[in-house]
Ligand binder design. Structure first.
Ligand code: SAH
Length: 212
């Protein structure tokens, strides 16, 4: 269920769904997604679906992880410093950590953060810094960032995330209420102006205030 063949099928499906970035596909083919789930669910890790990780949260479906990562790579010449909001299982974090120089990731549920940190350690991904906090404020001490990816959806884009975007930086974030979210890409142009583009409808857990 977690064999090479099962993983290769996931990659083939991603290509059929329109994912083109070969670096993203290659990293996802070589990252053990089943390590990011509890044992009882690990046999479903390569299915094209979001899966529960406890505390009412979910590991995003492979397509959406691939799509957000591809959007980051395709809209920035060379992203080096990336902020992630919503560590969750750590799967998206692990994909980012293999593609950019350094990742800062923020989570508001402590046990999820601890588990994610252990999993990335097991994968020897040491270029990640973790923070237990409300990610709606970003991580100002380490900004500005070339890329910011949020895996939880606010009703409106938090101003702090926009202000932590470096020149040429790109923010990829689901926005809107449960029933009507869109994935949105915001690019800070060289002249400092922000350009906003709606990518596609999505369904994410909400970005919640404070820590739990
Ligand atoms: N990227 C994750 C997806 C997890 S779901 C993965 O690959 O598994 C989204 C996560 O965002 C949840 O873990 C949730 O606790 C977290 N989250 C929600 N609101 C948040 C906030 N304000 N600050 C930080 N994390 C938040």
């Amino acid at each position: 269920m977690t064999s090479r063949r099962t993983r290769d099928r996931m990659i083939q499906r991603l290509e059929e769904q329109g994912i083109r970035n070969q670096r993203v596909l290659q990293i996802m083919a070589n990252t053990p997604r089943h390590w990011f789930l509890d044992e009882a669910l690990s046999h479903r890790a390569y299915e094209d679906t979001a899966l529960p990780i406890g505390y009412g949260q979910t590991l995003s479906q492979p397509y959406i992880v691939a799509r957000m990562t591809e959007l980051l790579l395709d809209n920035h010449a060379a992203p080096r410093r990336v902020l992630e909001i919503g560590t969750g299982s750590g799967y998206q974090t692990s994909i980012l950590a293999q593609l950019v120089e350094r990742v800062w990731t923020v989570e508001r549920i402590r046990p999820l953060q601890n588990k994610a940190q252990r999993r990335l350690g097991r994968l020897k991904l040491y270029n990640v810094q973790y923070k237990y906090a409300d990610g709606g404020f970003g991580w100002p001490e380490h900004g500005p960032f070339d890329g910011i990816i949020s895996t939880a959806a606010p009703a409106e884009i938090p101003q702090d995330l926009l202000s932590q975007l470096a020149p040429e930086g790109v923010l990829i974030i689901p926005v809107g209420p449960d029933s009507a979210q869109n994935l949105v890409l915001v690019k800070r142009e060289a002249d400092g102006n922000l350009r906003r583009k709606v990518i596609e409808p999505v369904r994410f857990v909400p970005l919640l205030p404070g820590v739990s």
